[in-house]
Design a protein around this ligand. Structure first.
Ligand SMILES: [Zn+2]
Length: 493
């Protein structure tokens, strides 16, 4: 009882101040060791970092000097109610925060996010402040995704939409009745800015599927000071649009800028959805394979058809937005696995995943060019050497692991049982059906369970269907059949 935890504040602050001083020195060393050209490039970035660290250092130092003072809050240190004075911020809006703090106080908007770092999930959470994300379409999925990114403290958010908020949108999250009549981008910017003033928000009210829209969209993603005009300034583009044309536009712009993007979709019946990662040249582009959906047979082109009222549920849209931003965080902050495709079927609580390789026969020539570039990169001497080194390291690790006996003794007599039912030998189950199997239908890329193409695909017809329909094998050649057809054509009725 006498040893209250208040004593640790100055200690940890001193440790933090030392750590920050070391970081500052390291940065200064880096600056000094750079050559002139690199300095030109990096000087503003480093300047910002130095300023941030200096600020942290000052905060830490001021805490060290202030530390012995606060006796009053320590008296109430049972942990129940937090002292209201801690933040000192006015009710409602807050000012900008220069650096994310990991300090666990109720007034810190980032303490729970920075805890991801303390728990070893994310290496350096604050890197999120260097990230720029474009959210195209701020409807049922995009608005929620934008809010999540804002609350996570992303550095810069670009939002795009051409639509206005309507009462018919109120079954979804984010927008409120008082937003009706405002453009979605303006309403979203206002709300997001209030939630987190640290996020730089750029709003673009435009339809990206028009010719001017295409150019304006592409220009908004470009580095302003890049003479070639081909480098993107964003880390990730999130597609939250509801129609095929907008997806094709995003696909084209991202192929041109070699921009990684993520696509999201919710089915017209509101009970299924998916997200997909698209890396130009490395994964399938949006035109490599027909769009994939999760087991509800939706034609993506019908999603925004005049006169057709698609269903929407805030639940499904919220879940898909959550899946999308989760994948975005994992991609940008480098933790966990980012699936190339992740589906959601709410009726069965089913989340299928699959890999989607690019198609060498993609209709988009730029996609084929990006594939060739990616292959050249993967086969470069550096890449080959790196892979060989990684393989050797893995082999060595495996050999080391194999050298250690797994179990010296089996004290409990535990055995590993096979999966095969004891009656049927494995060979019989695998070979018997193969012998009588019907001829394979036309080859199509194999889809994971529960996923199907979102557009009509010619799958061919299997032998059983032909037999059931009374259609036999045809021996005649096409020429013979054409001749027969011509002969029939002359007869009339
Ligand atoms: Zn493609």
């Amino acid at each position: 009882m006498s040893d209250t935890p208040t004593a640790q504040t100055p200690q940890s602050s001193i440790a933090r101040a030392k750590e920050l001083t070391a970081q500052l020195r390291h940065l200064q060393d880096q600056v000094e060791s750079l050559d002139a050209a690199l300095v030109q490039e990096n000087v503003s970035k480093l300047g910002e970092q130095v300023a941030r660290i200096t600020e942290k250092l000052q905060t830490a130092l001021s805490k060290v000097s202030d530390a012995p003072a606060p006796a009053a809050p320590a008296a109430a240190a049972t942990g129940a109610a937090a002292p209201a004075a801690a933040g000192g911020a006015a009710k409602g809006a807050r000012g900008k925060i220069a650096a994310m703090s990991a300090e666990v106080v109720d007034s810190n908007p980032y303490s729970r996010l920075m805890a991801l770092q303390r728990m070893g999930i994310v290496k350096d959470y604050e890197r999120i402040r260097d990230k720029t994300v474009a959210v195209v379409g701020v409807g049922g999925v995009g608005s929620v995704a934008a809010e999540m990114l804002t609350r996570c403290g992303v550095g810069r958010l670009l939002i795009y939409d051409y639509d206005k908020v309507e009462l018919a949108n109120m079954n979804r999250l984010f927008f409120r009745p008082e937003h009706c009549g405002m453009t979605k981008t303006d309403a979203a910017k206002k709300t997001l800015q209030e939630i987190n003033p640290d996020v730089e928000i750029e709003s673009y009210t435009m339809n990206i599927t028009t010719l001017q829209g295409f150019d304006a969209f592409k220009a908004s993603l470009l580095q302003p000071d890049d003479p070639a005009g081909a480098a993107s300034r964003v880390d990730l583009v999130l597609s939250c649009v509801d129609n095929y044309e907008a997806r094709i536009t995003i696909n084209q712009v991202c192929l041109e800028l070699q921009q990684t993007w993520m696509e999201s979709g919710v089915s017209e019946d509101a009970v299924a959805g998916h997200i997909q990662l698209l890396v130009p040249g490395e994964t399938a582009c949006f035109q490599c394979v027909p769009p994939l959906v999760v087991a509800s047979g939706i034609d993506e082109r019908t999603l925004k058809r005049e006169g057709v009222c698609a269903a929407s549920l805030p639940t499904t849209m919220g879940i898909v937005a959550g899946m999308l931003v989760q994948a975005a965080l994992k991609y940008m902050l480098d933790f966990g696995t980012v699936s190339k495709y992740l589906g959601y079927n709410s009726l069965k609580d089913f989340f299928p995943t699959m890999e989607i390789k690019p198609s060498a026969a993609c209709v988009n020539g730029l996609c084929r060019q990006r594939q060739a570039e990616d292959e050249a990169r993967r086969n470069s001497p550096e890449a080959l050497a790196a892979r060989a080194a990684a393989a050797a390291a893995a082999e060595a690790a495996e050999a080391a692991a194999a050298a250690v006996p797994l179990h010296d003794e089996n004290e409990w007599g535990i055995e590993v049982m096979g999966d095969e039912p004891s009656g049927a030998p494995a060979s019989a189950t695998s070979s018997a059906p193969a012998a009588s199997a019907p001829a394979a239908p036309a080859p199509m890329p194999a889809l994971a369970d529960g996923i199907e193409y979102g557009m009509p695909v010619d799958r061919g017809v299997d032998a059983a269907t032909l037999a059931a329909e009374g259609i036999g094998a045809v021996d005649e050649s096409t020429e013979d059949l054409m001749a027969q057809l011509a002969a029939l054509g002359g007869g009339g009725k």
